[in-house]
Design a protein. Sequence first.
Lengths: 173, 296
Amino acid sequence: MQQLSTLIIPLLILFIIGYGLIKGIAVFEEFVDGAKDGFTIAVNIIPYLVAMLFAIAIFRASGALELILTLLTPLANFLGFPAEIIPMGIIRPLTGSGSVGVLAELINTHGEDSIIVKIAAVIFGSTETTLYVLAVYFGAVKIKNTAYAVQAGLMADFAGFVAAIIVTYWYFS
Amino acid sequence: MLNKIWGGLILIGILFALGQDISDEIFNTHKNNIPRHYKHIPDLSVADTPTTLYIILTLNQTQLNATIKDDKHIFIQLDEQSPAFLRELATLNGNKNQLRATVVSIDHTHLGILLPELHWCKLRAVTQATFDMAKFAVKLAMGLIGIMALWLGLMQLAEKSGLIKPLVKLVQPLLHWLFPNIPKDHPAFGSISMNMAANILGLGNAATPLGIKAMQQLQSLNTDKNRASEEMCMFLALNTSSVQLLPPVTLIALMGTQISELMVPIILATSCSTIVAVSVAKFYARRNKNTLRRQT
C-alpha cells in the first residue's frame, strides 16, 4: 500500500515529462510558465485561511467542544455507538492537524484493534477538512459569497460520519 | 450559511471561555490565595547557607528541586517532566524553568506555600490561539507556494502535450452530468478530471493545486465573480467528500498495517458521502433555478 503511494508521484512526473519530450514540447518553458501562478494563488488564500483558522482556534481553545461532547454522549449511548468518536466527527471538518491529533490519541488509549479506532479511522479516511478546502479553493479565486457550498460539504461530512459507523460495525461483525 | 457558521464558532468560543473564567473566579477553582502543603526533605547534595536552604519537594509523586531564601521566598526548579499546572504558572510569570512562590509555614517535614495567582485562563488561551493561528495561516499558505508551482507547472505541460485529452474523453459523460453548464471541450474539464484522479489516488498535495486550477477555470465561466457558481459548489462538494480509492498518506502513517483491512469500509463510507454531496449540490442548484424563474 505504502509502496504504491510512493511510486505514483515519480512515475507520474516521468510520464508527463517523457510524453512532453516525445511530442516535441518545450518542457522547461511550459513548466516555468505554468508554475509562475503558484505565488499569487498562495497569497490570495492568506486572508481566507486566517479568517477560517482563527475562528476554529477560538472554538477549540475555549473548551466548548467538551461541553458539546457531554451534551451528545447520552445521544450516542441511546443510538448505540461509542461516544469517543464524536470529537472526530466534530473536529474532522474543521481542522486536518486537529483530527490527526484526535485519531492519534484514540490509538494511544484504545489500541489499533479496537472498534473505536477503526470507526475513527474510517471517518478520517472518508471525509475531508471541509472548511479548509473551502477557504483554499474559494480564496484562490477570491469568491466571498460561497452560496450553498458549505451546506453540501458539511452534509457530505455528516453522511460520511454516519456511514462510517454503520459500515464499520457491519464489516467487522 | 458560512457567515453563520463562522460567526457562531467565534461567538460560542469566546462566550464559553468567558463563562468558564467567571465561574472559575466565583468558585476559586485555581485555589488563589489558599496555601498548599507539600512534603519536603533536605537536598543533601548541596550545603545550606545561613540565608538559603536547598530542599527537595514531593508533589504528586514527582520530586522537584527548590531553594528557600530568607525563609520567605521559594524558587522551584521545573523541567519537561514537572506537573503541567506548575509549568503553566511559571510560563505566565515570565520564567518557564523556575517558579517563584511565597512560603507561609515551614517545619521539618511539611512546607506551606502560596503559589502566584491565576486568573482568566481560558480567555488567555483563546487570545493566544488567535494569534498563533493567524501566524500559522501565513506559514501554511507559504508552504503551499512551492507545491502549487510544481503541480501547476506539470499540469500545464500535460495539457500542452495533449496528455489530458484521453483522460477527459474517458470521464466526459460523468463530468457532463455533474457540470451541465460547462461548454464541451472546455479546459476546465481537464483540470477537474486531473483533480479527481489525484484525489482517487490519495495524492492530497497534488489534488489541491489541480483543484485550484479547475476553480480558476470555473471562475472564468462564472457570471457573478463574487458569488460561487453552481459548478463551483458541485466541484467543492466533490472535493470535500473526498472521492478516493487509496487512503490519504497521513492515515496510512498512523494506522500502519491495519490500514489494509480498513480499505473496504473506507471506500464504502466515502462513496456514501460523495453521493450525498452530489445530491445536496444538485438539490440546491435546482432550487436556486426555480427561485430565479419565479422572480423573472
